[in-house]
Structures are given as structure tokens and as C-alpha cells.
Ligand binder design. Structure first.
Ligand code: F6P
Length: 538
């Protein structure tokens, strides 16, 4: 049985041959250090993970009893212990699976009933049989934040080749700029507003929802016909005045950042249609089955998690970059920031004890090739190491632009290779000599052209970004977060860290609008509030 100390010792003992040395020593490395589902392939061979390291990482899964926790999650046990709830988003995509029990009750009939209601609503809106005041709906505005925004916003963007429904827009920020820019140009008589909020009490969402309602009334629309809600709180949706036929409920065992699979995904269903939405769910379900059945070394979520633990907790790399070579996945890094950092950004273990090792890393990223012309400089030549997660489709959707896609793939593969290989001082010198440089100037210039190499990356490759594949990608990352959290002993399903700021904002509200005095706040906050009061207009 291995532990963190064994892993640290293995890291310290790794010879100076680097990643390329591992390839030289093992002709089968590319195959041996990758894992596949039927159609997706994860290559983690361009890392310093060798057989002893992988064995030790897998031993961590065994000693932390990841398999038991996984079974408990899929069985609906209350694994979210600090909130006393199950974490059962997998039930939302359990399309033709068996019953799933929470507190002795099969939840599947309710899940499937709600899904059927969503389908009929989406069909009617898309066909124009459920119409707005001014005719068929042309636009949908989803108002939500965090998990009630990032999932559908990311997926709607990702699946734009499948759009054949109304246009979908997303408003999340309480900054009035967000809703003002979104509503400008929309027809209030032909717009459907979905208020998406698990709790139906999030201040940003409720403020935006009231603003949208006023806009609709002003523009001659009818909120009674043109508002829908997705929430766990029917009492609050009724209080807001939303027609119960337009309310799609879900249970509290669906965490916000895991909720795109259910009613929170209504905007996605409206955009791509119920059939394509089903394919998205089936992709998630396929990954659930793979996660439960595949052996550890063949298991994509497990291996992705172990690579993450190796890089952050063992090697000490503080961040990881997610770099989709897929422009339509441009919102994926933001989505993963919530999924990973809200889930595993914790400082205590499940039992309240202080974590003996760092929790989750900072996750960030942008699509390639854009990032190459911005921050890749640091990834290649900065003093720190940033493990990279590349992803790319074998085929794009723009078949008439296949040459673009070939270039995209070449860039993606080139980056992981360049990061691994680097360029030595000798190679840099030779390059400059060939350009006619010599002497001191050559020496000075050469050093700037050295790349240290040995910078690790993984590559996820998939056939094409379809609803089914996107479903797999999201579920892959959900389960990766689960495995990382389980190994670290974290509760990945609560988010107490967002509370304090919310409370402070509530107490600062009346001070900012001048109805309460600023006295008593700390001097910095007081000075900032005074600045606002001196400069605020309107
Ligand atoms: O502030 C964090 C959070 O609770 C997220 O976890 C959640 O996705 C988001 O706010 C939105 O919450 P709600 O769906 O209840 O409006």
C-alpha cells in the first residue's frame, strides 16, 4: 500500500532523463500510458508518470477506498455529509437504467416525469405552438449564475452546429451591463425568460429576473406566458408569479455545478431539441458506466484524477491549464473552474481535520490556438511548470474548411511535443549560427531561445464535438473531481466558502446606498465607500 510519502520519494528519485527518456526506455509508452473508451482517448504519456508512480497512485485509490465511495455515490447515499444529501446527478442521465433510491424512495419516476415535461415544453416552444405575446418565441434568455449559468452557457456554445431552435442568451452578473446588453435588441413580445436558480433566492438572479420582468411588461410582453423557472423551490417560483406549468423542479441532491443534465439544461434543450439533448445525456451515462466498470489503469476519470494529484499534490505545480483546441469549448475553462475549484478548493477533510496536503489547484485556460499568442510564452519559458490539458477533435464540423482543422490539430500536437522536448542551448546556438550570428551576440541571444522542456501535458482526443461526446467530456471531468476529492478525503459537494462574501455583501448593501452609516467598518472599506459616495451618479 503506497502513500503520499512514497510518491514524494519516487518523485525525488526520478532520474534526470526527463519525459523523453521515459519514451526512449519504453517503446510502448504511448499505448501503455493512455486510456480509452469506445471513442475517446486520453494520452498521459507526456508526463513523468512511469510504472512505479502509476502503481503508487493507484494504491492511493485503493487505500482511500475510492471504489466504495464511488458505489455510495451512484447508490444515492448521503455522501455530501455537511449538507446531509446524496450527490446523484448521475440519476439525471440514467435514461434506461434501473431504479435509484434516496432514503428508500426510487427517484427515477420523478426524474423521467420532469424530463418528459421538459421535452413537451421544448417541442411546443420550438414548434411555435406555445407562443409568446407576439408570435413564436425567437429568443430565450436564461437568467442564472454559477451552476445555473455556466453549464448551459458552455454547452449551448459548444453545440452550436446542432442549434435549430430559438436563439439562447445568458445573463448572470448582477452588473446591470450584463442584462442591459443582452436585452437590447430583443423583442419583449417574443422572448422567453428562464429564471434558473436551485434556491430561487440568489441575489444576482432574482435582481436580474425582476429587471427582465419589468423590461418585458414595458415592451408589451406578458410574463405570465413568457417566464419559466427551474428550481428546487416551487413555493418561491409561485411567489414570483411563474405559471406552475412552466416550472421544472429538481431535487436537492443535484448540486448546482452538476445540474446541466436536468431542468437547468432547459435552454440547451430548447436550442438543440430533445433528441440531441437525449444524446447529450447518453454521453454522460456512457461515461458513468465506463467509470464504474473500467479497471483503474483503463479508467479515464481515474487516470485524469491521478495525473492531477501527481502534478499538484506530489510535484507541487500550483495551477493547471485547460486548453481546448476547439473554439466552441471556449466556456469550458470557466465551467471547469467552478466544477473543480468549488468542489475541491477546501482546507479541511470530511471529518473537519486540517488537510495535510494542498487541496485542488487553480484551474484556468483558453482555447488554442488563441492562447499560443498570449500566455503560452510563460508555459514554455517561465520559471514555473504549468501542467497542460489539451483537447481536440479528430474532425471539425466545417467540412468545407477541413484545412483549418488540420492546422488546428497540428498546432495542438506541436504544443505538447514542444513542451516536452524543449530546445537545448546547443540547438539554440546552431539555429543562430545558421542565421549568420557569431561571437558574444550569439551567446547572448542563444540563451533567450532555450526551452527547458520536460513540461508535462495530457491530451484528450475525441472524434467530433457532438452532444454525445460533450456529455462524455463533462461527466469525465465530474468524475475526475470526485476521484481527486475522494483521495484527498474532501467533501467535493458542498461550497461553504461562498457564504461569507454573500453575507458581507448583504450587510454592505445599505451602506453603499447610503441608508446606513459606514462607521464601524474597517478603514479601507470605509474609504472605498466614501469614494463611491463622492463619485456616484444617479
Ligand atoms: O454561490 C455559489 C452557488 O451556490 C453555486 O454553487 C451555485 O451554482 C450558484 O451559487 C447559483 O445558485 P442558485 O442556483 O441557487 O441560484
Amino acid at each position: 500500500m503506497a502513500d503520499w510519502n512514497d510518491l514524494k520519494a519516487l518523485r525525488t528519485a526520478q532520474s534526470g532523463t526527463g519525459i523523453e527518456g521515459l519514451f526512449a526506455a519504453d517503446p510502448n509508452r504511448a499505448k501503455g500510458f493512455s486510456a480509452s473508451t469506445q471513442d475517446m482517448h486520453l494520452d498521459y504519456s507526456k508526463t513523468m508518470i512511469d510504472a512505479p508512480v502509476r502503481d503508487a497512485l493507484i494504491a492511493l485509490c485503493e487505500s482511500e477506498d475510492v471504489a466504495r465511495r464511488r458505489a455510495a455515490m451512484f447508490a444515492g447515499a448521503p455522501i455530501n455529509e455537511t449538507e446531509g444529501r446524496a450527490a446523484l446527478h448521475s440519476a439525471l442521465r440514467n435514461l434506461d437504467g434501473g431504479p435509484v433510491y434516496v432514503d428508500g424512495q426510487d427517484v427515477m419516476p420523478d426524474v423521467l416525469r420532469t424530463l418528459a415535461r421538459m421535452r413537451s415544453f421544448a417541442d411546443a416552444v420550438r414548434a411555435g405552438t406555445t407562443a409568446a405575446t407576439g408570435g413564436a418565441f425567437t429568443d430565450v434568455v436564461n437568467i442564472g449564475i454559477g451552476g445555473s449559468d455556466l453549464g448551459p452557457a458552455m454547452a449551448v456554445r459548444a453545440l452550436s452546429p446542432f442549434h435549430d431552435g430559438p436563439r439562447c442568451h445568458f445573463v448572470s452578473n448582477v452588473d446591470g451591463a450584463d442584462i442591459a446588453d443582452c436585452l437590447r435588441g430583443l423583442d419583449a413580445r417574443r422572448t422567453l425568460v428562464i429564471v434558473a436558480s436551485k434556491t430561487f433566492s440568489t441575489i444576482e438572479t432574482m435582481t436580474n429576473a425582476r429587471t427582465a420582468r419589468a423590461w418585458m411588461i414595458d415592451g408589451g410582453g406578458d410574463p405570465a406566458r413568457q417566464f419559466a423557472a427551474v428550481s428546487t423551490a416551487d413555493d418561491k417560483t409561485a411567489e414570483f408569479g411563474i405559471d406552475p406549468d412552466h416550472v421544472f423542479g429538481f431535487a436537492d441532491w443535484v448540486g448546482g455545478r452538476y445540474s446541466v443534465w436536468g431542468p437547468i439544461g432547459l435552454s440547451l434543450m430548447l436550442a438543440i431539441g430533445p433528441k440531441a439533448f437525449d444524446a447529450f445525456l447518453r454521453g454522460g451515462q456512457a461515461m458513468d458506466l465506463h467509470f464504474q466498470a473500467a479497471d483503474w489503469p483503463e479508467n479515464l476519470p481515474v487516470m485524469l484524477a491521478l495525473v492531477g494529484l501527481w502534478h499538484h499534490q506530489v510535484c507541487g505545480y500550483p495551477t493547471r491549464a485547460v486548453l481546448p483546441y476547439d473554439q466552441r469549448l471556449e466556456r469550458l475553462p470557466a465551467y471547469l473552474q467552478q466544477l473543480e475549484m468549488e468542489s475541491n478548493g477546501k482546507r479541511v477533510a470530511m471529518d473537519g481535520s486540517t488537510l495535510p496536503m494542498p487541496s485542488g489547484p487553480v484551474v484556468w485556460g483558453e482555447p488554442g490556438t488563441n492562447g499560443q499568442h498570449a500566455f503560452y510564452q510563460l508555459i514554455h519559458q517561465g520559471t514555473g511548470t504549468v501542467p497542460c490539458e489539451f483537447m481536440v477533435a479528430a474532425t471539425g464540423h466545417e467540412l468545407d474548411l477541413a484545412h483549418h482543422h488540420r492546422l488546428l490539430i497540428a498546432n495542438c500536437l506541436a504544443q505538447s511535443e514542444a513542451l516536452m522536448r524543449g530546445r537545448s542551448l546547443e540547438e539554440a546556438r546552431a539555429l543562430l549560427m545558421a542565421q549568420g550570428l557569431g561571437g558574444e551576440e550569439l551567446e547572448r541571444q542563444a540563451r533567450h531561445r532555450v526551452f527547458p522542456g520536460d513540461r508535462p501535458s495530457v491530451t484528450l482526443i475525441y472524434p467530433q464535438l457532438t452532444p454525445f461526446v460533450l456529455g462524455q467530456i463533462i461527466a469525465l471531468y465530474e468524475h475526475r473531481v470526485f476521484v481527486e476529492g475522494a483521495v484527498l478525503g474532501i467533501n467535493s459537494f458542498d461550497q461553504w466558502g461562498v457564504e461569507l462574501g454573500k453575507q458581507m455583501a448583504t450587510s454592505l448593501g445599505p451602506i453603499v446606498d447610503g441608508t446606513e452609516p459606514v462607521q464601524g467598518r474597517n478603514a479601507s472599506t470605509a474609504a472605498l465607500v466614501e469614494y463611491v459616495h463622492r463619485h456616484a451618479g444617479g
